[in-house]
Design a protein. Structure first.
Lengths: 263, 263
DNA sequence: CGTAGTGTTGAATTGAATCAAGTGTCGTGG
DNA sequence: CCACGACACTTGATTCAATTCAACACTACG
């Protein structure tokens, strides 16, 4: 690992820093718009999972690979007409809604391999705005074509039902989290959640960079910036994590799990 | 309206009290297990929506109409293997999870025409337990058959995607609710939500019986029983609602909406 | 009729928000 | 390259909304 993405010394896995020099050896640039589903390094997590080669090729045909997004750019905005769902190829996004009084509220974060836009399926309008948290790339999947293809490919239909079911189950877990967890429990749970999501895309689960601000985390967890900051320093003092700006290292993942388990 | 369900004097719509004598005139008993999808009074809201007559008949073939549930009975429990989704035909259910420490947390309420069980699709195990809040009936739809049929009927596939998308959008609204609303705002929002869900099934939106306890509401909204009780009396003192045990009457729906709107 | 579950109300407590003041970091343009 | 400004973050003191604790009333049901 002589060049490219920084590596985590303990696991040997890359951490989610944006490659400073060129792409690392044997790894295509994740922002490359000409990559196909078949050769995408995320195809074991994303829509292609459970499809065979011919089927992946058919999916490939309907996927549009858009130009990369700069930090702060919007993929779409609240109330825009629903047209597509999107798979994150690289980077990360947040979803948020604006309340009547104008201030936003973060409703979710999206990492590579995750699907954006399913909240718009029913009402035909997106319920959230989606903003890039860093330089990021997505694959656009026009929903009407996805439906048509799902109708031809039972595997795809089955898998998309599963993806939506997963989103539902995940949202209900957050419900419980917000209802009955303390600030510390929420924060610990958030970090563990990020950890396993990074692990899923073969990044280090114990060392990563937060793509979002403390404010974003606070809005997402129903806490204030100040509280999130205080909890981070408290967890650090206890020796469970190490925080340096956006860089998080999980030092004692079991103790971190205990915080939630004790609930 | 000489017999059967009580009526709301202001709207003429029935309220959701369980019929004390026999079934009301020109209305079949909603607990009748032999009713078909085509003749079900909920077919404008439930799965059959967007299907034509032939298609409804095909759906009918796979739907199993189980015996009614008594108050407190379970439809299924957390971690049971996922097999079916269910449509509430009559009565109401709550979903809840048990935390490690043993105490439960209510994650949702289900009224007639609503679909239960989608949280199990992805993991193949139900994430919640489902319990009848009163005498209640459901239609069971074995999921593998629903998938097969969806594959034959594009309308059904489209509609089930929409139902799941709706669940996702709804769950995200609750996220925002729990993150940034006060106890009063949550409670007002909850009552308005129930109101429109009752309106959807042609019951009075301004006068209804709560099928759940204050404790259930509290767990669902992330509040304690005491707080829910206090908010109810406060809203009553302000003249926005009238509460008598489980019976709620919304006296000033606009003012109730303002409580949330002011946010 | 008694009992368990459900609901109400009050007083004391507390976890997180708010208010306030500061430091640190990053990107921009001179 | 440095200076500037905007934003992000931290820390402390104070406040407050909701919880907790406690006692009691009501209802439903065998």
């Amino acid at each position: 690992m002589s060049t490219g993405a920084q590596a985590d010394k303990t696991t040997g896995l890359a951490i989610n820093r944006i490659a400073s020099a060129g792409p690392a050896r044997d790894q295509v640039c994740p922002h490359n718009t000409s990559i196909s589903c078949a050769s995408c390094r995320l195809n074991e997590l994303c829509l292609p999972i459970a499809l065979n080669k011919t089927e992946i090729h058919q999916l490939d045909e309907i996927v549009e690979r858009n130009r990369p997004f700069k930090k702060g750019e919007h993929l779409y905005r609240q109330n825009d007409p629903f047209k597509s769902v999107y798979a994150v190829r690289a980077g990360s996004f947040k979803s948020y809604v604006l309340s009547d009084s104008g201030q936003g509220r973060v409703t979710g974060f999206y990492l590579p391999g995750e699907i954006i836009g399913m909240d718009g399926i029913a009402s035909k309008h997106y319920a959230n705005s989606i903003q890039a948290l860093e330089h990021a790339s997505i694959c656009e999947i026009p929903f009407s074509q996805l439906e048509k293809l799902s109708h031809q490919l039972p595997n795809l239909q089955h898998h998309f039902f599963a993806i939506m079911g997963n989103e539902i189950a995940k949202d209900q877990q957050i419900h419980t989290l917000l209802c009955s967890y303390t600030a510390e429990e929420r924060t610990a749970s958030f970090l563990l959640g990020l950890s396993s999501r990074y692990a899923r895309v073969a990044l280090s689960p114990v060392r990563f960079l937060l793509p979002m601000t403390r404010g974003d985390i606070g809005e997402y967890l129903g806490l204030t910036v100040e509280t999130v900051s205080r909890i981070f320093t408290a967890l650090q003092r206890k020796g469970l994590i190490s925080v340096k700006n956006r860089e998080i290292e999980i030092l004692d993942i079991d103790k971190l799990r205990e915080i939630i388990g004790s609930h």
